[in-house]
Design a protein around this ligand. Structure first.
Ligand code: MTE
Length: 327
């Protein structure tokens, strides 16, 4: 029997009331109110798969140019970036995505672009992302669960994609959807009791000025190679001044709209998760403080910065907005 010793980034999982434990309880309650003794069943069963070993995809090295986007902090080790994940379509445990996401088929991939755009179409991945103009950006990632990482992403500015499809005047928001395929994603299957953690597909959204902000990035790689499935292959959003859940993975649909789009976490728990979701150390999550964070791989805690330290680039987007109310 293979005994796995957990790496130190798994050590203090009880930093906050674990969101997945909470959600397991919630979805259990939604799906199976009254059945005693079964709490937590949803998360189990997905977590311990040993099948993943040997089924990992070979990740092709990418050509990219370096940029000055670099906070100058130590990078989070690659194996932490790729083994400590949130990707609920593959399970709610932190190691579930790296164990289960080999089932995702990111090639070929197409993305439906619709709504208020000049060139609505179902685009092949290669037609939407110009692989000749890839750049590397090192960004902080701050999860709403109060942990953080420093990740060297590779990709293209979100604005480059929007320019390609042509945004029509009147569009105010960009909506995104993740693939939701039960055959590839074990977490999308209804549980034994009929409950589900989130309503699939996973949905996210930005205002158009946020999506056009130079920091908004569409990542197709990390650590010099194609992006692993568990991190959102083949393309995922990265909005580093917002909590990590805004950075939606494995995107299959982009819609330009004049209405604020529904977003998964806001729909699931509106009191806890807003639309804007900017990193804000002064507004606590109802169940834990957001003032500090645990940098994965480090002991102790760091102070969380407003807008995750990107205020110079993005604070102007929220002039006149009360971020404690419009959270
Ligand atoms: N996108 C989808 N489709 N499903 C998810 O569960 N989790 C979000 C975000 N994007 C999630 C998602 C959360 S909560 C975080 S913190 C980041 O992905 C984590 O990204 P990482 O696993 O690459 O670090």
């Amino acid at each position: 029997m293979l005994i796995k010793i957990k790496k130190n980034w798994f050590a203090s999982e009880n930093d906050v009331t674990s969101e997945s434990a909470y959600l397991n309880r919630r979805s259990f309650m939604r799906g199976a109110a009254g059945v005693a003794g079964a709490t937590g069943l949803i998360g189990m069963g997905l977590g311990s798969s040993a099948v993943a070993a040997g089924k990992k995809r070979d990740l092709v090295p990418l050509n990219f140019s370096k940029t000055s986007y670099d906070p100058g902090e130590s990078l989070t080790p690659e194996d932490a970036v790729t083994q400590y994940n949130n990707y609920y379509e593959f399970g709610t445990g932190k190691s579930d995505p790296s164990q289960n996401a080999w089932q995702l088929q990111p090639k070929p991939w197409s993305i439906q672009v619709d709504g208020m755009v000049d060139k609505p179409a179902t685009y092949a991945f290669e037609d939407l992302v110009d692989m000749k103009t890839l750049e590397e950006r090192i960004y902080r990632l701050r999860c709403v669960e109060a942990w953080s990482m420093i990740i060297p992403w590779i990709g293209v500015p979100m604005a480059a994609i929007l320019e390609k499809v042509g945004v029509q005047s009147g569009a105010k928001y960009v909506a995104f959807e993740t693939l939701a395929d039960e055959k590839q994603m074990p977490g999308v299957k209804p549980s034994f009791f009929g409950g589900s953690v989130l309503d699939w597909p996973y949905k996210e959204g930005l205002t158009l000025p946020e999506a056009m902000n130079p920091l908004a990035f569409m990542a197709v790689g990390l650590y010099g190679k194609e992006i692993p499935n568990q991190n959102g292959a083949p393309l995922r959003l990265v909005v580093p001044w917002k909590y990590g859940y805004k950075s939606i993975k494995s995107i299959v649909r982009i819609t330009l709209t004049d209405r604020q789009p529904p977003t998964s976490w806001n729909q699931s728990a509106p009191r806890e998760y807003g639309f804007y979701s900017n990193v804000n150390p002064t507004r606590n999550h109802p169940r834990w403080s957001q003032a500090k964070e645990r940098r994965i791989g480090e002991f102790g805690r760091r102070t969380t910065a407003m807008f995750n330290g990107y205020g110079d680039e993005v604070a102007h987007l929220y002039a006149g907005l009360d971020l404690n109310v419009n959270h």
